[in-house]
Design a protein around this ligand. Structure first.
Ligand SMILES: Nc1nc2c(ncn2[C@@H]2O[C@H](COP(=O)(O)OP(=O)(O)OP(=O)(O)O)[C@@H](O)[C@H]2O)c(=O)[nH]1
Ligand SMILES: [Mg+2]
Length: 92
């Protein structure tokens, strides 16, 4: 399946954007505080393509070691994911 991922600072609105794209209020868990998404969550849409909701980077209340582990997970995902067609980088 072709895959599209959403990347950006914690709390920028990645999870909310996916809900908007698929026109569902709460397919993806969102949060009013940063650090909501802690795993890479995959959503298979109509068995046609896949959206990946990535954890945000730069959440100050995580420990340095935890942030480092998140960064490694994100880098590994971006570098190795075979069917990743586009990585959308959200900035505000
Ligand atoms: N003003 C405004 N707020 C938004 C918008 N999209 C999302 N939000 C709010 O931003 C906050 C964070 O949204 P999330 O979608 O959970 O953010 P995230 O990037 O997934 O955050 P992490 O999972 O922590 O990385 C929530 O309080 C949302 O209601 C938008 O377009 N405008
Ligand atoms: Mg999120």
């Amino acid at each position: 399946m072709p895959e599209f991922a959403f990347f950006g600072r914690s709390n920028v609105g990645k999870s909310s954007l996916i809900n908007m794209i698929v026109n569902r209020k709460s397919l993806v868990k969102t949060g009013s505080r940063p650090g909501m998404t802690r795993m890479i969550n995959f959503f298979l849409i109509n068995k046609i393509f896949c959206l990946a909701d990535l954890p945000g980077y730069g959440y100050a209340r995580r420990s340095a070691a935890e942030n480092e582990a998140f960064n490694r997970m994100l880098a590994e995902y971006a570098n190795t994911r075979k069917d990743l067609k586009a990585l959308f980088f959200l900035l505000i």
